[in-house]
Ligand binder design. Structure first.
Ligand SMILES: Cc1cc2nc3c(=O)[nH]c(=O)nc-3n(C[C@H](O)[C@H](O)[C@H](O)COP(=O)(O)OP(=O)(O)OC[C@H]3O[C@@H](n4cnc5c(N)ncnc54)[C@H](O)[C@@H]3O)c2cc1C
Ligand code: FES
Length: 360
């Protein structure tokens, strides 16, 4: 590290107008005094539309806990886009993300990434992590929702062979199932780890409107700590089932005892519909855009070509905070209108409620 600093000082004497860290980054792509970066070490295709990208992070990265996620920045046509991805590697190993192609950024990651590429990074975060005290677990996952749970399984199962873990994973077909072979190998090797695959292409949706499917697939599900990750409908239904079972618990002692912990990759923004928007002024960028009342200001800014800070795009990471200069915004999750000059607003879940001035 001291050598790097000396090199930076020497570089600063020799170089202008490039900053020393720019010169150092030519030799070491993950060196940056300003922005955490990682260099891609390996790309492994998983299914026809998903791949795992392993990377070696630079200084400033913190080791992840199994189940956590990180913001990953990718440059497309000279614009840096940030998205969140769960870290699928086990805790204690170099990080990896497993990405499913479903849009511009994920598509570029899955199809265009190669060893040696540089990713922009933010440190791992999130509280969808393994419980501190060992207890029987039920993992309910769908599609790419397997990624944080895979990190948990890889961390727990081989190191605690006594741990009792049931995974119920749904995907459209066997060919769409990420990590299928590895899961089968783990289940063969560790009898306390049981996997059930549910192929929606053949069996239809796993039905959480009653407990019947779960009772059949995992009879003791009510006694397990459950972790779920998947599309919104899947998680909403699971949440409703657990709530209904918990409500019964007071009358029936055999009802649900285990908790349900959920990780969402996206959120439904219900508010805003039918409300008026207004003129949005991005003061520092000297841009004015007419916006409706239900489009997040993050999208309004990006569509206007403004470099907007962002991360999870669903109101959980606070990476998109921007000071409001004037006007009011509507929180698209709650429909609540608020706004004081100087207040920091989350642009990913806020829409214009009349004219708005932003300090960006
Ligand atoms: C905490 C967290 C962890 C995540 N972990 C992963 C992960 O491990 N692997 C992974 O592939 N993705 C993960 N995501 C989703 C990821 O951040 C991006 O949203 C996703 O890759 C799509 O980005 P995009 O720019 O390619 O698509 P966009 O251009 O943003 O969207 C393209 C289209 O897909 C829809 N869409 C976007 N995201 C989803 C979604 N998750 N489910 C269904 N439709 C969607 C959009 O509404 C839009 O219609 C995670 C998200 C969060 C918040
Ligand atoms: S981008 Fe994460 S809270 Fe807005």
């Amino acid at each position: 590290m001291i050598r790097l600093r000396k090199l930076a000082r020497a570089a600063s004497l020799l170089t202008t107008p490039l900053a020393p860290e720019d010169i150092l980054s030519l030799f070491n792509p993950v060196f940056s005094a300003r922005q955490l970066r990682g260099v891609v070490t390996r790309v492994v295709p998983e299914t026809a539309d998903s791949a795992t990208i392993f990377f070696r992070p630079g200084r400033g990265w913190q080791a992840h806990l199994a189940g956590q996620w990180a913001r990953i920045g990718v440059e497309l046509d000279g614009v840096r886009h940030w998205r969140s991805y769960s870290l699928s590697a086990p805790a204690g190993q170099d990080p990896a993300i497993t990405v499913t192609d479903m849009g511009a950024v994920s598509g570029a990651l899955v199809r265009g990434t190669k060893p040696g590429d540089v990713l922009f990074l933010a440190p791992p975060q999130g509280d969808f992590v393994l419980p501190e005290h060992p207890r029987p677990l039920l993992m309910l996952t769908a599609g790419s929702g397997i990624t944080p749970v895979m990190s948990m399984i890889r961390t727990l199962v081989p190191h605690r062979p006594d741990s009792d873990v049931v995974l119920i994973h749904t995907a459209r077909t066997a060919a769409d199932t990420i990590f299928r072979e590895e899961l089968a190998e783990l289940a063969d090797q560790f009898p306390n780890f049981r996997v059930t695959h549910w192929f929606t292409g053949e069996q239809g949706r796993l039905d959480f409107t009653s407990a019947a499917d779960l009772d059949r697939l995992c009879p003791d599900w009510r006694q397990r700590a459950a972790y779920a990750c998947g599309p919104e409908g899947f998680l909403d239904d699971a949440e409703t089932l657990w709530e209904a079972e918990a409500a019964e618990a007071t009358e029936a002692p055999s009802a649900v005892e285990g908790s349900l912990t959920i990780e969402r990759f996206s959120t439904k923004l219900a508010g805003g519909e039918g409300h008026d928007g207004g003129l949005v002024t991005f003061e520092a960028s000297d841009r004015e855009v007419e916006a409706d009342g239900d489009t997040p200001l993050l999208d309004v800014g990006e569509d206007a070509g403004i470099l907007m800070p962002s991360g999870c795009r669903m109101g959980i990471c606070h990476s998109c905070l921007i000071p409001l200069r004037a006007g009011h915004v509507r929180d698209l999750r709650t429909d609540e209108v608020h706004g004081e000059p100087g207040q920091l607003i989350q642009t990913c879940v806020s829409a214009a409620a009349g004219p708005v001035n932003l300090d960006l």
